[in-house]
Design a protein around this ligand. Structure first.
Ligand code: NAG
Ligand code: NAG
Ligand code: NAG
Ligand code: NAG
Ligand code: NAG
Ligand code: NAG
Ligand code: NAG
Ligand code: NAG
Ligand code: NAG
Ligand code: NAG
Ligand code: NAG
Ligand code: NAG
Length: 697
């Protein structure tokens, strides 16, 4: 009686299971088999796996970075977006990829892809967005690029070479963004950009392009951003640039442009940002520029511009950054600037200014950054009295002015927001000013190369954020205050140096040494520099607590006593210069634990005994030890074989030495070798002023 039931249900189950297997392919379209093959080919072509791709799973539309869409011509789903940016991909891109003919977005940016690109890759009919930036692609681009649908073409930060003469716009009439920056393109760009009228953003910076300003660019009425910086363009800036009435950003920095700036800024009603650093522009600032209501950032440093500084703040209502450094502008410091209510950064360094800071500068309430280095201004008392009213002032740079004046010391000076105070090379007299104590936000203090005297007061150790203190080349006397070894930010790894004004370099130049240029405050190594003073007394062992300190320079003083073995606690130290003092005793063996130490000198002291061997000491040359008649060592003055080795210093236990041979040591020794050779060979008697970093903070 059961039989009919069974005979009925077998076919039924079969039917159900057949139906079941058909349903998915009816309801959900599958990845197109050709596209699947191509993507599998791409994966096979690369030398690395593509994270999130399971090539055994035939539903390629579900793979990471793959987007599919319905197609009018096919019943299957077609791949329309391939987005594999930042996937750590290695290898080359194979030609078969170009058969993904429905592709609208191809993004392979920020990988390690290399080799030249197949010509057919530049022939996608439907491609709208191509982003191949930040890879290692090489070779020429095909002369004929057929991307009729492209809107954004980005091949920046690669090694493409050849001429920028790919006739992109002849075919691509919708292109808006063209970024070929930071490649090796060379030659004249003057004939390129013909018929690119749809372009909004053009980045051709960072190549070796030459010749005159590309004249075809002047025919692009919609252009908003134009970046030509870091090339070899020359000649004058064409007056017809005034035709680009939609321009918002213009950067022509680091080229060889000459002549006057065109007086066309009245027609550039949307221009906010004009950078022209390091060219050879001459003459006065054009009238239309100093009256532009749209300009917010004006950056002209390192040119030959001259004349008075006559910005009309009533007209320039948006001006926030004004960098006129290293030109030939003549003084006085423009009183009128004080009515620029939005001015936050002003650099006038290295111009022929003179006179005093006008009293009206107290009104610059938005001002955060001010540099007036080497402008022959005088009266530091009056300057500080006025500037203390700029309540937002973060960074004050007055290097090389106020020759031999007295540093004001009145308690009522208040710089509450100050993060960096930089007044070196002024031969200022007086003492370390007491008012500094109230500037509790300070990260950086550089008062080097003055004639300040008296003792270094203990309150210098109270600054919570201070990580860079340079009091070198003054006449300070007395002992090194113990409080310096309690500077919080040199002990704990919690220094937060926000990127403030990273676009303004801090230029620090010393006589007798190559000029040092720091790119930004946050690229400075944590430093204590008290060299070239008249300090006496011992070096405290508690310096060993400063685990975050990178540079300690105490050379050219009259310090005495032994070198404390505890200095080996300064685990991050790269430079230790104790030369030209009156230090005695032995060099503690524990110093071999300083695995990042690359610049070291104890020359010209009264040290004796065996020079430690091992660690970075293997890389230090004889000149780092000379002038100590009692020192000996393997490569230096051989030690008397009968002499017993010095007793081990506290802290140089077996365990500590094991640590030395870790990874840090390997990195340190590699970096240290080169640095110490150049340092000790080329400038054997000088204090280290190098600031080469071996790793980032
Ligand atoms: C890859 O896909 C196949 C087929 O769908 C599946 O059997 C396999 O488990 C998948 N592998 C991984 C690692 O997901
Ligand atoms: C794709 O096509 C199917 C069937 O033709 C339709 O049901 C679906 O809505 C379409 N999907 C999209 C995103 O167009
Ligand atoms: C490409 O992908 C990266 C992520 O890796 C993204 O940052 C970038 O904006 C994408 N490019 C375009 C043009 O969308
Ligand atoms: C640029 O390419 C076009 C088209 O191939 C060619 O006619 C022209 O001579 C080239 N120009 C230069 C300067 O190489
Ligand atoms: C500018 O021109 C000079 C002399 O012709 C040349 O030495 C220099 O390299 C050029 N600089 C740039 C940035 O092209
Ligand atoms: C471009 O500027 C020049 C000179 O300023 C002017 O003669 C010309 O008519 C302008 N061309 C266009 C298209 O605006
Ligand atoms: C400064 O700008 C104001 C407002 O645009 C204008 O009225 C004045 O004439 C300008 N002064 C000079 C000297 O150009
Ligand atoms: C700088 O300007 C002065 C006049 O203020 C002039 O005598 C001098 O030649 C100029 N220097 C340069 C390098 O242009
Ligand atoms: C200071 O400026 C003068 C002229 O402006 C220049 O000759 C000199 O080299 C500058 N000094 C430094 C240290 O920049
Ligand atoms: C500096 O300026 C102050 C205030 O303006 C003035 O009293 C003083 O005489 C000036 N000092 C010098 C040396 O010019
Ligand atoms: C010390 O500063 C003076 C200027 O104040 C300078 O002439 C001298 O070269 C500097 N010495 C060192 C060693 O930096
Ligand atoms: C850094 O850490 C120490 C110890 O935890 C703390 O006392 C100090 O206030 C911290 N400094 C900052 C700037 O956060």
């Amino acid at each position: 009686m059961d039989t009919p039931e069974i005979s009925f249900s077998l076919p039924f189950i079969l039917l159900v299971s057949i139906l079941h297997s058909l349903i998915p392919s009816c309801q959900v379209l599958a990845c197109n088999p050709n596209d699947l093959t191509i993507l599998k080919g791409l994966a096979a072509c690369l030398e690395s796996d593509i994270g999130g791709w399971n090539v055994s799973n035939s539903d390629c539309c579900s793979w990471t970075g793959v987007t599919c869409a319905n197609s009018t011509t096919s019943s299957s789903l077609r791949v329309v977006r391939l987005e594999l940016g930042s996937k750590r991909l290695y290898g080359t891109v194979c030609e078969s990829l170009s058969a993904l003919d429905q592709l609208r977005t191809l993004n392979l940016s920020n990988n390690f892809l290399q080799g030249s690109l197949p010509t057919r890759l530049f022939q996608f009919q439907n491609l709208e967005i191509l982003d191949l930036s930040h890879n290692d692609f090489t070779g020429f681009l095909p002369v004929s690029i057929r991307l009729p649908s492209i809107t954004s073409f980005d091949i920046s930060d690669n090694h493409f070479s050849g001429a920028v003469n790919f006739s992109l716009c002849d075919i691509s009439t919708t292109i808006q963004v063209l970024d070929v920056s930071n490649n090796n393109f060379a030659g004249e760009a003057s004939t390129f950009f013909r018929s690119c009228t749809s372009l909004l953003h053009v980045y051709i910076n960072g190549n070796s392009l030459s010749g005159a300003f590309p004249v075809n660019l002047l025919r692009l009425p919609n252009l908003q951003r134009l970046h030509l910086q870091d090339n070899h363009f020359s000649g004058q800036l064409d007056d017809r640039i005034g035709n680009l009435s939609n321009l918002v950003e213009l950067d022509v920095s680091n080229n060889n442009f000459t002549g006057y700036l065109p007086d066309v800024f009245g027609s550039l009603g949307k221009l906010e940002y004009f950078k022209a650093i390091s060219n050879k522009f001459t003459g006065d600032l054009p009238n239309s520029l100093v009256n532009s209501p749209s300009l917010a950032k004006v950056v002209f440093s390192r040119n030959l511009l001259s004349g008075p500084i006559n910005f009309n703040c009533s007209a320039m209502v948006r001006l926030s950054t004004l960098d006129l450094g290293s030109n030939n502008f003549s003084g006085p410091v423009p009183d009128s600037l004080s009515s620029c209510k939005t001015l936050t950064a002003f650099n006038l360094a290295r111009n022929n200014i003179g006179g005093e800071i006008p009293n009206s500068f107290r009104n610059l309430q938005a001002l955060k950054y001010l540099s007036l280095s080497n402008t022959s201004i005088s009266n530091i008392s009056s300057a500080l009295q006025i500037l203390q009213n700029c309540k937002n002032l973060n960074m004050l740079i007055l290097t090389k002015n106020f020759d031999q004046e007295e540093m004001p010391n009145n308690v009522d000076l208040q710089f509450k927001s100050l993060k960096a105070l930089i007044i070196p090379n002024c031969r200022l007299r007086g003492s370390l000013p007491i008012w500094l104590r109230a500037s509790t936000m300070l990260r950086l203090v550089d008062l080097s190369a003055n004639s300040l005297s008296g003792s270094v007061p203990p309150w210098v150790g109270d600054f919570r954020y201070l990580f860079y203190l340079d009091l070198s080349n003054n006449s300070f006397t007395g002992g090194i205050p113990e409080t310096l070894t309690r500077l919080q930010s040199l002990i704990y790894n919690n220094i937060t140096v926000e990127r403030f004004f990273s676009e303004f370099p801090l230029v620090k130049t010393r006589q007798n040494a190559s000029g040092l240029q720091y790119n930004a405050v946050d690229s400075l190594p944590p430093t204590l520099d008290l060299s070239y003073n008249r300090l006496t007394g011992p070096i405290s062992p508690s310096f060993g607590d400063l685990k975050q300190l990178h540079v300690l320079s105490l050379c050219h003083n009259q310090l005495s006593g032994a070198i404390p073995g505890g200095l080996s606690g300064m685990k991050s130290l790269e430079t230790l210069d104790l030369s030209y003092n009156k230090l005695s005793g032995q060099i503690p063996h524990s110093l071999v634990q300083l695995s990042f130490l690359s610049k070291f000198s104890v020359a010209f002291n009264q040290l004796y005994g065996e020079i430690p061997t091992g660690g970075q000491f293997l890389t230090f040359l004889d000149s780092c030890f000379e002038g100590n008649s009692g020192l000996c060592g393997t490569n230096f003055k051989p030690c008397n074989v009968e002499r017993t080795p010095p007793p081990p210093q506290p802290g140089s236990s077996g365990d500590d030495r094991m640590e030395v041979f870790g990874l840090n040591f390997a990195i340190g020794i590699a970096a240290g070798f080169l640095a110490s050779v150049t340092y000790c060979v080329s400038r054997p008697f000088k204090c280290s002023k190098g600031h080469g970093r071996t790793r980032s903070r």
